[in-house]
Design a protein around this ligand. Structure first.
Ligand code: PEP
Ligand code: MG
Length: 873
C-alpha cells in the first residue's frame, strides 16, 4: 500500500477510501486538488503509514522516512523552493488529519523548515525581517510544545524578561532584539530541558510527524474516542503542504465563504474575509470584507479576485450537491482553498435549502427529504429559545412537550386561571398534574412538574394541547404551602419569571427571548414532497375541536385516538362525571350518564364535522374512576356541597375507589365490563353524533369505536355485544343506515400473544405503545421519570422506551401481533397511537412492521409525515 499521497492543483493521487486513508483534512485537500481548484501543493501521510509506525509507539520506519524524503523533493520541484535552500527556502505546514476531528490531537505546526540560516534568507527574500523572525519564533514555540511538551508560560516569561532587558514591548523592536530572543529560547531548551530543536528542516519534519502520530494516544483524544465510540485503531493521517503567508501584509488574509444566501436559499457567494492580520491587524490596518458586497462591486478591486472565489465555491457546491462552506487564504494576493465541507444550517435553513436544491434540479425530492432531520421540525412548529443570549439553567427535567415558554410561576391551576385572566403569562409548576389541572394547563404558557416521565399526565395532556412541558425536574424542591420553589440555594416565589424549554428539558431562571416560528411556503412544499413519498398514513390523537383543527392544518388524515376521558376533565363535565361515579346503583349511574350524553354527542358531532369524512377513532372510557374524584381537602368539601352529599360519605367513596396500582387496576375495558352502561351511553353518543353529522354534511360518517386495555378475546366480545346492540337501536330509532367499526387497543402482552384470536372480533387494532411498554418492561409509566434518565445516562438503554419504541423487545412483540392478526384477517387495519407514534425513529420501525398508520399529537403530525416519507425512501 501507498504510504503518502501527493496533491497539487489539478493533480491528486487519491486512495480508494480517501476519508479512511487520509482523514478529513487530507481527503478534502486532495478532493479540492482533483477538482482543479487552487490548493497549496503538498501530500498526506496515510493512516497506513501511521499503522506501520504502530500508531506512534515506534519511531518512523525507514521506509516511511525514505518516502517522505522523496515527497519533499517532489514538492521542491513543484514549488521551485528548497528545504534548507540558499535562496527561496521551502516552508511547510503540518496538520493532523483524522476521520473525525477530536480534541487532544496535535495542533498545526507552521513554517517548518525555518532555522537560524533560513530565517535570515526569508527575511531578505520578503524584505521583511520582522515577519520572518516572528514566524521562526512561532515555529520554535509550537515545536517545543508538541515535541518536548514544554509549558507555554515558560516562553512567555522568557519573552517578558527579554522585553524588560532590551526595552521593547509586544515584539522585539530590531533584528538584533529578535536574534537575541531566539537565542534565549534555544538556550532555555538546551540548558533547562537538555533538548534542541533540529536545525535540519528534514529532521524537524520527521520529529513533528512522529509527535503528531503520538498525539493520537493523548488522554483527551482517548477519552473523546471512548465517549463517541470511535475505534482506537481507526487511525491518523498527517497532511503537509507548502506555507501560505496569509498573515504577511495587507494583501494577505483569510476567510470563510458559503455558496448560498442563507436568508433566501438562492445561489450567492456569502461570507467574509479579513485582509491583513496578526501584527498588521493590531495596527488597525486590517479590513473585513463582505463577500457578497465585494462580488457585487465587480470583485476585482481586492488582492484576490472574488469572481474566481465565486467560481471555486460554486464548483465545490456542484460537487457536493449541497451547501458548500469553504475556508480560504490569500497569501500576498494569491488565493488558496484550504478546506471545504457541507455547510451547517438551522432547521428552517435546512428546509429552505432542500426545497431550493430541488427547484434548481440539483437533487430529487427523495434526496431533499432525507436531508432533513425530522425531529428538528419541532423547532419550526413551536417557539424556541434565542440561544445566543446568555441564561442560567437552574434544573433539567424530561423534554416532555416541545417548545419554549416564559411566564410567572404559579403553583395551582386556580391561581393560573386567575393570573391568566388578568392577561399575564404563567407557567404552571406542580409536583405532578391531575385531571383537575386541565383548566390550569389550558391557560398556562407551559407546564413544569417535579415528578413524572414523558408519558405522565402532564406530558400527554401538554403534547395534546401543544403546550411546552418539562416533567421530572427532580432537583427542584416545591413547597406549595410556603409558595417557594427551591433550586439549590436559589429560592423562587409565585410571580417570579422562569422559562422552560420542552424540547431540551431545561428550566431557566427569568425570562428569555423566544423566537416565533413561521410555516412558510418552503415548509409546505417539503410536506408535499413527503406526502408523495410516504406509504403510511398519519392521524392525530385529539379530543378538542381546537386540537382536531390544528391537526387538520398540519395535515392529519383522521383521528387515531380520541381519549374520551379527557373530555370530562373540564368544569361542569367533571361534576356530572362525579355524580355518575358516586351513584350507588345502575339507575343512579344511568341518570348521571344521561346528563353527559348530549355533551358527548355535541363533542363528537364537531369532531366528525372537522374531520369531514376522514376516519375518527373514539375510545371508550379508559382511566380508573378515582382519577375524576377530588384529591385536595378543599376540593372534596366543595364537591360534596355541589353534589349534595356529606363530606364523610364522599371520603368513604374516594377511599373505596383507591387502588394500590391504578395503572394496572380497574380501568379500560374492565370498567365497561363492571359498568356496561358507561360503554352503552358513550356508544349511543357516538352513533347519534354520526347520524347527525352525516345529515349535516351530507357525507356518511363511519365511526370507529375502540375498546381499551383488552387482554382476553371474551372481554372484547362482551363490550362489542353492547356496542352492537346500541347501534341496532339507533339504526331503528333514526331509520338511518349506519356503518361503524369496532376495534381494540393492543397494549397488553397477553393481547399480543392472542392477537390472532382477538382479530376475529376486531375490525382494527391500534397498538397502545405507552401501556405496552409499561407492561412489557414492568416499568410504571408514571414513575419512570425517577430512574429512566439514569438508565439513559449510563447507557443501559439507548433511549427512553416511552419516547422511542424499544425495537428489540416491544417492537418484536408488535411484529408478532401484526403477523398473527393478518393471518386471521388479512385486511385488518393496524395503527399505533402511543406517544412513540410521533417519534421519527419509532415511525421508521412502524413502517417496517407494516402498520397502516401512526397517530400522534397534532404538533407532531408534520414530523410524522416527514418520518413516514423517510421510512419509505
Ligand atoms: C397507550 O397506552 O399507548 C395509549 C395510547 O393509551 P393511553 O396513553 O391513554 O393509556
Ligand atoms: Mg393505554
Amino acid at each position: 500500500p501507498q504510504r503518502i499521497f501527493p496533491f497539487q492543483k489539478g493533480r491528486a493521487e487519491r486512495p480508494a477510501d480517501p476519508l479512511e486513508s487520509l482523514g478529513l483534512k487530507g481527503a478534502d485537500l486532495s478532493l479540492l486538488a482533483s477538482l482543479n481548484l487552487p490548493v497549496p501543493p503538498g501530500f498526506t501521510i496515510s493512516t497506513y503509514a501511521w499503522r506501520e509506525a504502530k500508531g506512534g509507539r515506534d519511531d518512523l520506519p525507514m521506509g516511511l522516512r525514505a518516502d517522505l524524503r522523496d515527497q519533499v523533493e517532489a514538492l521542491e520541484e513543484v514549488t521551485g523552493r528548497r528545504f534548507d535552500g540558499d535562496r527561496r527556502p521551502l516552508l511547510l505546514a503540518v496538520r493532523s488529519s483524522a476521520k473525525t476531528a477530536m480534541p487532544g490531537l496535535a495542533e498545526s505546526v507552521l513554517d517548518v523548515g525555518l532555522n537560524g540560516r533560513t530565517v535570515e534568507i526569508l527575511a531578505e527574500e520578503l524584505d521583511d525581517a520582522t515577519f520572518a523572525f516572528r514566524s521562526y519564533r512561532r515555529l520554535i514555540e509550537s515545536y517545543a510544545q508538541l515535541v518536548f511538551d514544554t509549558d507555554p508560560t515558560d516562553f512567555e516569561e522568557i519573552a517578558d524578561e527579554e522585553a524588560g532587558e532590551k526595552g521593547w514591548t509586544g515584539e522585539p523592536a530590531s533584528i538584533d532584539d529578535w536574534r537575541s530572543l531566539i537565542a534565549r529560547l534555544n538556550a532555555f531548551l538546551a540548558d533547562e530541558l537538555d533538548v534542541v530543536m533540529p536545525q535540519t528542516p528534514f529532521e524537524q519534519l520527521v520529529e513533528i510527524v512522529n509527535a503528531v502520530f503520538k498525539s493520537w494516544r493523548s488522554a483527551p483524544a482517548q477519552a473523546y474516542r471512548a465517549l463517541h465510540g470511535i475505534p482506537e485503531n481507526s487511525g491518523l493521517a498527517v497532511t503537509i503542504h507548502s506555507m501560505i503567508f496569509n498573515e504577511r501584509n495587507a494583501q494577505s488574509g483569510r476567510g470563510r465563504a458559503l455558496s448560498r444566501d442563507m436568508a433566501t436559499g438562492r445561489p450567492q457567494l456569502t461570507g467574509e474575509f479579513q485582509l491583513g492580520s496578526g501584527h498588521v491587524l493590531r495596527n488597525g490596518e486590517h479590513r473585513t470584507i463582505d463577500l457578497a458586497g465585494a462580488l457585487a462591486d465587480g470583485g476585482s478591486d481586492y488582492p484576490a479576485d472574488i469572481a474566481d472565489l465565486d467560481d471555486h465555491v460554486r464548483a465545490v457546491e456542484a460537487y457536493l450537491g449541497d451547501l458548500a462552506e469553504v475556508e480560504f487564504m490569500i497569501g500576498d494576493g494569491e488565493l488558496f482553498l484550504l478546506q471545504s465541507r457541507v455547510g451547517r444550517r438551522s432547521a428552517s435553513e435546512a428546509v429552505r435549502l432542500a426545497v431550493e436544491f430541488v427547484r434548481d434540479g440539483l437533487i430529487d425530492e427523495a434526496e431533499a427529504l432525507t436531508r432533513i432531520d425530522a425531529t428538528s421540525l419541532d423547532q419550526l412548529l413551536h417557539p424556541s429559545i434565542q440561544r445566543d443570549e446568555s441564561f442560567v439553567v437552574m434544573a433539567r427535567g424530561m423534554p416532555a412537550s416541545p417548545g419554549a415558554a416564559t411566564g410567572e410561576i404559579v403553583f395551582s391551576s386556580d391561581r393560573a386561571q386567575a393570573v391568566a385572566a388578568e392577561g399575564r403569562k404563567v407557567i404552571l409548576v406542580r409536583h405532578e398534574t391531575f385531571p383537575e389541572d386541565i383548566h390550569g394547563m389550558h391557560v398556562s404558557e407551559g407546564v413544569l412538574t417535579i415528578r413524572g416521565g414523558t408519558t405522565s399526565h402532564a406530558a400527554v395532556v401538554a403534547r395534546g394541547i401543544g403546550k411546552p412541558c418539562v416533567t421530572g425536574a427532580g432537583t427542584l424542591r416545591l413547597n406549595a404551602a410556603t409558595g417557594e420553589l427551591h433550586a439549590g440555594n436559589k429560592v423562587l416565589r409565585q410571580g417570579d419569571a422562569i422559562t422552560i424549554d420542552g424540547a431540551s428539558g431545561e428550566v431557566i431562571e427569568g425570562a428569555v427571548t423566544l423566537v416565533r416560528p413561521s410555516l412558510d411556503g418552503d415548509f409546505a412544499t417539503l410536506m408535499e414532497f413527503a406526502d408523495r413519498a410516504r406509504q403510511m398514513k398519519v392521524r392525530t390523537n385529539a379530543e378538542t375541536p381546537a386540537e382536531a383543527r390544528a391537526a387538520r392544518d398540519f395535515g392529519a388524515e383522521g383521528i387515531g385516538l380520541t381519549r374520551t376521558e379527557h373530555m370530562f376533565f373540564e368544569g361542569d363535565r367533571v361534576r356530572a362525571m362525579r355524580e355518575m361515579i358516586l351513584a350507588s346503583d345502575e339507575n343512579g349511574r344511568r341518570a348521571a350518564l344521561e346528563k353527559l350524553l348530549p355533551i358527548q354527542r355535541a363533542d363528537f358531532v364537531e369532531l366528525f364535522e372537522i374531520m369531514a369524512g376522514l376516519p375518527v377513532t373514539i375510545r371508550l372510557l379508559d382511566p380508573p374512576l378515582h382519577e375524576f374524584l377530588p384529591q385536595a381537602e378543599n376540593d372534596i368539601d366543595e364537591a360534596a356541597e355541589f353534589l349534595g352529599v356529606n363530606v364523610s360519605s364522599l371520603r368513604e367513596r374516594i377511599a373505596a375507589l383507591q387502588e394500590f396500582n391504578p395503572m394496572l387496576g380497574h380501568r379500560g375495558c374492565r370498567l365497561a365490563i363492571s359498568y356496561p352502561e358507561i360503554a352503552e351511553v358513550q356508544s349511543r353518543a357516538i352513533f347519534e353524533a354520526a347520524v347527525e353529522a352525516g345529515a349535516k354534511t351530507g357525507a356518511a360518517v363511519t365511526p370507529e369505536i375502540m375498546v381499551p386495555l383488552v387482554s382476553l378475546r371474551r372481554e372484547l366480545d362482551f363490550v362489542k355485544e353492547r356496542i352492537d346492540a346500541v347501534a341496532a337501536q339507533v339504526i331503528e330509532e333514526t331509520g338511518t343506515k349506519l356503518t361503524y367499526r369496532v376495534g381494540t387497543m393492543i397494549e397488553l402482552p397477553r393481547a399480543i400473544v392472542r392477537a390472532d384470536t382477538i382479530a376475529e372480533a376486531a375490525d382494527f387494532f391500534s397498538f397502545g405503545t405507552n401501556d405496552l411498554t409499561q407492561t412489557v418492561f414492568g416499568i410504571s409509566r408514571d414513575d419512570a421519570g425517577t430512574f429512566l434518565s439514569t438508565y439513559v445516562r449510563e447507557g443501559i438503554v439507548e433511549r427512553d422506551p416511552f419516547q422511542t419504541v424499544d425495537v428489540e423487545g416491544v417492537g418484536e412483540l408488535i411484529q408478532i401481533a401484526v403477523e398473527k392478526a393478518r393471518r386471521t384477517k388479512p385486511d385488518i387495519e393496524l395503527g399505533v397511537c402511543g406517544e412513540q407514534g410521533g417519534d421519527p425513529a419509532s415511525i421508521a420501525f412502524f413502517a417496517e412492521a407494516g402498520l397502516d398508520y401512526v397517530s400522534c399529537s397534532p404538533f407532531r403530525v408534520p414530523i410524522a409525515r416527514l418520518a413516514a416519507a423517510q421510512a419509505a425512501i
